[in-house]
Design a protein. Structure first.
Ligand code: FAD
Length: 479
């Protein structure tokens, strides 16, 4: 709960429309897209960068803990408060203004509360887009803070690769607003401090605006779902497509049969590419090009079919079946997986990242182990195989009852195999957040934790409440 003097002070900074205390109005901010949520003392919604600075300065002066929140689509308990009712949600959803598009520079200046879909709508008439593809609609500030990856990382990379400049409000006594780089592609005149804020989940400061490099929209795209011969064939296929399709290969996503089956059952509008029987594992791949098809030239469809045919004719062919279809229909399956699992839940989710060659080896080891030790969970994984990403999702077979002790054992078991046996990361692209804090404390080397905590101290008098970059002993006091 927030004392009345704090309420009055915060409300005077952001105005009545920017200050929410009524429980029914707080609820949407307190509950996250994919996990429970917590209880906030209030939701504070600044509408300018200057207001963000003033709110942070007030938090520093008073010791009030805050949780930055943008689209609230994060998956690691980083954007919602704990259950104490003492933390405020610092929502950036009012930091929205029309994106400043520079067609000549192929860049855009965008405020933190702008939705990815809004930005892409504004870019579309210029033939441009921000090519980060997730099955959700996050805001730019949250995407920078988590360094969002997504399904087209293979071709375009993550948010880090697109951020040319940042505006960041620091949690310090002075209410500092840092302008980090002028949006230039090349600038070695000073340290690239903006890199420290990308992927730091708000622990160092609040992103209020960004300058992003954007890309020409594809003029043609084609997708297919391939059935690999066996596990080893998945990487064989990836290498073959990289060699044969080159820069046209834009996505290569693995989908387990169990995840696909649940999506098709949940959403009857999806078209089942395998009405006879769903294979145990498939790959959704896409070729795209920002060049138009030359008159009389070969289309991407023809190119894709020719590559698949060549691969299918090889001795010990890596592909045993292929389904072509409208790109949108195939991608609809991919984009409905997460929601289908949530509806079927409870889901114990992992956002693991491996060297590419280890993805299928880990999968086999983990599935075998879980079948014997945790038979009450079904593995329903999918992921960005081409960049080593696996959303290793486990769906409880017994309905919605969860035993937190057992879930904790399960998480430790999977993390231990992934990290100790395969050198994986426990956070490929979703950030840290409360959900990953114990893995961070356990698996990240002490030296890295100490240096990270020291960097955090440089920028923030009070780091955001849901992330802690140092061992507990190095965390700053918040009083
Ligand atoms: C169905 C679904 C599919 C997804 N698929 C992918 C995927 O393929 N790849 C991927 O990378 N992610 C994926 N995500 C996760 C999520 O979309 C990303 O983490 C997202 O980019 C977070 O953005 P957001 O605006 O929702 O941020 P939030 O969820 O609001 O916040 C995320 C984190 O950033 C901090 N934060 C938020 N705004 C700011 C700010 N302005 N300044 C500083 N810190 C801030 C928060 O405190 C929190 O720690 C998926 C999520 C869903 C629900």
């Amino acid at each position: 709960m927030l004392e009345s003097n704090h309420r009055a002070a915060l409300a005077s900074i952001v105005g009545p429309a920017g200050f929410i205390v009524a429980p029914e109005d707080r609820a949407a901010y307190e509950t996250a897209a994919r996990y429970g949520g917590g209880k906030a003392a209030a939701v504070v919604r600044p509408s300018t960068a200057a207001q963000v600075c003033a709110v942070l300065r007030y938090c520093v002066q008073t010791g009030i803990r805050y949780i930055p929140q943008s689209g609230n689509t994060g998956l690691v308990s980083g954007s919602t408060p704990d259950d104490s009712g003492t933390q405020i949600i610092l929502s950036l959803d009012r930091l929205r203004s029309a994106p400043g598009i520079d067609v000549a520079d192929r860049t855009v200046q965008v405020t933190a509360g702008t939705r990815l879909s809004e930005l892409n709508l504004a870019l579309e008439p210029h033939g441009l887009f921000l090519p980060i593809d997730v099955s959700a609609d996050p805001m730019i500030g949250g995407m920078v803070a988590t360094n969002t990856g997504g399904a087209r990382f293979l071709k375009y990379g993550d948010m880090r690769r697109h951020v040319l400049g940042l505006e960041v409000a620091l949690p310090d006594e002075a209410g500092t607003l840092l302008q980090l780089s002028g949006g230039l592609r090349k600038d070695n005149s000073h340290l690239a401090l903006r890199q420290l804020f990308i992927g730091s989940c708000g622990a160092f400061g609040i992103i209020t605006a960004a300058t992003l490099e954007v890309h020409p929209r594809p003029k043609q795209a084609v997708a297919a779902i391939l059935v690999p011969r066996d596990e080893a064939a998945v990487i064989e296929l990836l290498i073959a497509f990289e060699s044969e399709a080159g820069e046209c290969l834009t996505a290569f996503e693995g989908i387990s049969g169990s995840a696909m089956r649940r999506a098709l059952a949940r959403f009857p509008s999806l078209r089942n590419p395998f009405p006879e029987a769903i294979p145990p594992y498939v790959v959704l791949m896409e070729l795209a090009s920002s060049s138009p098809c030359e008159p009389g030239g070969s289309t991407l469809e023809a190119r894709l079919e020719a590559i698949v045919t060549r691969l299918a004719q090889r001795e010990s062919a890596p592909v045993t079946d292929a389904r072509f279809g409208q790109s949108g229909h195939l991608w609809a399956i991919r984009h409905s997986l997460s929601e289908a699992l949530r509806l079927d839940g409870p889901v114990v989710g992992f956002d693991l990242s491996f060297r590419r060659g280890d993805v299928m080896r880990f999968r086999r080891a983990a599935i075998e182990l879980l079948a014997s030790e945790f038979p009450d969970y079904e593995v329903c994984d999918f992921g960005h195989v081409a960049d080593g990403g696996v959303h290793f999702n486990l769906v409880g077979r017994g309905g919605f009852e969860t035993d937190s002790q057992r879930v904790s054992e399960l998480r430790t078991r999977v993390h231990t195999i992934a990290i100790e046996d395969f050198g994986a990361s426990f956070s490929g692209e979703h950030g840290i957040g409360r959900a990953n804090q114990s893995a961070y404390d356990h698996f990240i080397p002490t030296a890295i934790q100490r240096y990270s905590a020291a960097v955090s101290d440089v920028f923030s008098r009070i780091p955001a409440a849901a992330v802690r970059f140092g061992p507990p002993s190095v965390e700053r006091s918040n009083s």
